[in-house]
Write a protein that binds this ligand. Structure first.
Ligand code: ATP
Ligand code: MG
Length: 428
């Protein structure tokens, strides 16, 4: 096939057959956000490049090598958003939403990272993102984690494990950072080029390296957990005990540092063993310093993001991605008189039985070919109208899926009520 017709590498089409799982996930998430009092925020896909550099940090995979950055016709450097937090913080700051106010918001949509495409890792992918700004926690940290746990429960997902850690404050990290640099310098011979660069810029990032050759040296590195300041340690202890109190299982993972610069204190990640090496389905953390770093007054905040592609794949693997199926009713319209009343009649059925999905035959065709389409559509009932029926104001109703296969006549006036009674009383 010509290259023109191929989707851009690492960017996927979600075809109608696959959309049900996405809808399932997004609907469940929306309902849960409403239950917790979080409100939607919608933002541009493009932001100034500078925003991501200053928030995510220069020494991160995203800023070093993954951003889709270009100059627009006015010579401004713009970047397709690689994640949602920076834009949300920017929008809250520039719209004054953090002045004597707190915000609980969510956003869902596409993100862009120039990564090496592989299963579970794409260049355009989708996140559902939640942020609480103005809350020092740890109560809100617990709430955010409870929302994720509820989402897994509502979807019926099994086998997800919560990893939890605290990064302390930037001030407390200074001591730890020095120890880490000392340790990695002693092992400089085994470090790769990325890690050598990060050694001066941000040595914590080395702990987040995906290079298997570094696994052993990383495993021996000093633990941040042993270097927490007293307040962060107390914050973490309360978080752990409140989670336990709320019935959430977790493992403390002192190696969990997360890929972005702006995190402080709480960081967490939900992982699965079902997806191979792309095992993180949802990650989050506290970023108390970010608003100030971007020039505002200090505002404590925390958020998480889940990868929709990875959750959709889990839904499929675990047999939870039920297809919505076809229509309930297929309207067969054979002949000009039938076609003249058909679309209007379909509207009357939709008005009178709003729960039903009604597909109208479009584009004509013989009785036989239309009935074949009706059968293929998955509809439970065919409503058949020829010119004779049209002139008498009746339709032949034929069950397509077992039960009473007999055909009967129903007047146009009674059709909606009759179909509603029959089909809604016994869900497919
Ligand atoms: P990873 O370690 O897998 O690269 P990350 O730390 O870069 O993940 P975040 O930036 O925290 O991920 O994004 C949150 C979630 O978004 C991840 O847990 C993952 O489920 C999903 N995600 C991140 N990058 C991609 C991608 N390129 N393709 C698909 N999903 C992704
Ligand atoms: Mg990544």
């Amino acid at each position: 096939m010509s290259e023109t017709l191929q989707a851009v590498r690492g960017m996927n089409d979600v075809l109608p057959d696959q959309a049900a799982a996405w809808q399932l996930l997004e609907r469940a998430a929306r309902e849960i956000f409403a239950q917790y009092g979080y409100r939607e925020i919608r933002l541009p896909l493009l932001e100034r490049t500078e925003l991501f550099k200053r928030s995510i940090g220069e020494f991160t995979d995203i800023v070093e090598k993954e951003m889709y950055t270009f100059r627009d016709r006015g010579d401004d450097s713009l970047t397709l958003r690689p994640e949602a937090t920076a834009g949300i913080v920017r929008a809250c700051m520039s719209n004054g939403l953090l002045h004597n106010q707190r915000q609980k918001v969510w956003l869902m949509g596409p993100m862009f990272r120039y990564e090496r495409p592989q299963k579970g890792r794409y260049r355009q992918f989708h996140q559902i993102d939640v942020e609480a700004l103005g809350f020092p926690g740890p109560d809100v940290d617990v709430e955010l984690i409870l929302m994720t746990a509820r989402l897994w429960r509502v979807l019926g997902l099994r086998g997800l494990r919560l990893h939890l850690n605290s990064l302390g404050t930037p001030a407390s990290r200074v001591v730890y950072r020095a120890k880490l640099v000392e340790y990695f310098r002693a092992h400089a011979a085994v470090l790769d080029a990325d890690s050598m660069r990060r050694l001066d810029g941000n040595p914590l990032r080395i702990l987040d390296s995906k290079n298997p050759a570094l696994a052993a040296v990383i495993a021996g590195a000093p633990l941040i957990t042993d270097h927490l300041d007293a307040e962060s340690a107390a914050h973490f202890a309360t978080l752990c005990s409140q989670l336990t109190g709320a019935g959430i299982d977790f493992v403390v993972n002192p190696r969990l540092v997360r890929g972005l610069d702006y995190y402080s204190r709480t960081v967490f990640e939900w992982v699965t063993t079902d997806l191979g090496s792309q095992d993180a389905v949802c990650s989050g953390g506290r970023y108390d310093g970010l608003v100030e770093q971007l020039g505002g007054e200090a505002v404590p905040a925390i958020g998480w993001a889940l990868g929709e592609e990875r959750i959709v794949e889990l839904l499929r693997l675990q047999g939870l991605a039920r297809d919505e199926g076809g229509p309930d009713v297929y309207l067969v319209l054979a002949g000009p008189a039938a076609e003249a009343v058909g679309l209007g009649l379909a509207e009357r059925i939709r008005d009178g039985a709003p729960g039903l999905r009604v597909e109208t035959n479009c584009g004509g065709g013989s009785f036989k070919s239309q009935l074949k389409r009706a059968d293929k559509s998955g509809a439970r009932v065919a409503v058949i109208i020829g010119d004779d029926e049209a002139s008498r104001g009746v339709a032949a109703v034929k069950a397509l899926r077992g039960r009473e296969a007999a055909q009967r006549e129903v007047s146009f006036d009674e059709l909606a009520a009759e179909l509603g009674r029959e089909l809604q009383a016994q869900p497919a």
